[in-house]
Design a protein around this ligand. Sequence first.
Ligand SMILES: *Cc1c(COP(=O)(O)O)cnc(C)c1O
Length: 425
Amino acid sequence: MHHFTYRDGALHCEDVPLAAIAAAVGTPVYVYSTATLTRHWTVFTGALKDAGLDASVHFATKANGNMAVLRTLADLGAGADVVSGGELFAAMHAGIPASRIVFSGVGKTRDELAYALDQGVFQINVESEPELRLLDAVAREKGVQAPIAIRVNPDVEAGTHEKITTGKLDNKFGIAWTQAHALYRLAADLPGIAVKAIAMHIGSQIADLAPFAAAFRRMRDLLAILRADGIEIERLDIGGGLGVPYDREGDPTPMPPADYAKVIRQELGDLGCKLLLEPGRLITANAGVLLTKVIYRKEGATRTFVIVDAGMNDLVRPAMYDAFHAIAPVREPAAGAATELVDVVGPICESSDIFAKQRSLPRLEADDLLVLRTAGAYGAAMSNSYNGRPLVPEVLVNGDQYAVVRRRPTWEELVTLESLAPWQG
Ligand SMILES: *Cc1c(COP(=O)(O)O)cnc(C)c1O
C-alpha cells in the first residue's frame, strides 16, 4: 500500500502532483510520502502488538538516512539500527535518542566504539572475537560496561540475491553459530562487557517465512545452551530483511507482517525475552519514488533507448543487484494506449547504467516525466556523485504540502572539499 496514485490523469504523491515538484525542484529527485511511511510503520508495529509480542523496532537507517524521514519515524516512536559512527550521529541528529539505537556492523573501529559508548547506545552487536576484546578494553578505559549482543550467523539460505544474503557460513557477517557458545562464555567473563542479547540478520528482500523460522530455531537452541551455562540473555534481536513487492511479474509475493509476527511468536514467543527488530526496506521502499525526466528518445540500430536524467549514481540497485523497479509515466496513459518495448537508461558512461531492458511502456518523448517506483530504500542512501553529478535531492510530501529535505548541491559544492597540493601553487 502506498500513496502514489493517478488523479485526473496525473501521478500524485498524496495530494501533490509530481509534475509540480519536478517543475519547482528539478529532476532527478526522490519523493517520499509521509502517509506511506506512517502506514508501513503502523502496520508493522501493529502486527507485532496484535501477536502479543514484547518488541521494540529499530529502523535500519542505512535503507534511508534522510533526516526528515528519520524524524517522521522517530515521532512514531522508532528506534534505529546503525552501522557506522556517521549513521549513529545522523540518527541522533534526527531526534532518535541513543537509548533506542542498536549499533551493528562487521568492522566498527575503536573510535566508533568509543563514540557509541560515550553516547550511551542501547546495544552494540559484536561480530568477532577481536571486536569483543577491543570493545571490552575501550569500555574498561571509560569505566563502563558495554551492553552487547553477539551477532550469530545461523547458516540458513535466505533465498535472496547473493549480494544481499548475509546468514550463510561463508558470509563475512556474524559468528558461526557453532562458535557462538565459546564467544559468549568469553564475553560473560570480560569485565567491560554486559551480555544482553543474541542477534541475527540473515539477509534482505526475503519473501519467504521458512528461512526466518529456521534462523529463529537456531536462536532458540543457542539460548537454551547459554542459559544452561548460566549466561543470562534478556533479549533477542532478530534483524530485518523482510521483502517488499517490486511488482515484477512472477516474483513471489512477500509475506504479510502478520504472518511474520505469528512465526516469531511460535518460535520465540515463550522464552521470556524482549524482542528487537530492525526492518529497513519494509518501512521505506514503497514510500519513495525517483522522479526523472526523459532527455532523449534515441532510435538505436536494434532497439529504442529512452535516456533519462537519473543515472546509476542516483539509484544503483538495478546495476548492483539486477534489481527491478516498476516504471510509470507521470502523465497517465490513455486507457488502451499503445505500448512499445524500450530500454530505459541513464546518462552515465557505464554500460551497466540501465534501469530497464525491453520494458513495455507507452510511447515516451523528450521532457516526459517518469517515476521509478519502490525507490525509498537503498536509493538516495546509496547515491553518489559519479560523473560529476551533484547528489540527487530529496523531497518529503505530507498531504498537500511538500518540502525539499535535502537540496541539490551546486557545481561549486561538487569541488569545495578538494584543494591543490602545496607544490601546485
Ligand atoms: C541492512 C540491515 C538491516 C535492514 O535490512 P532490510 O532488508 O532493509 O530490512 C537490519 N539489520 C542489519 C544488521 C542490517 O545490516
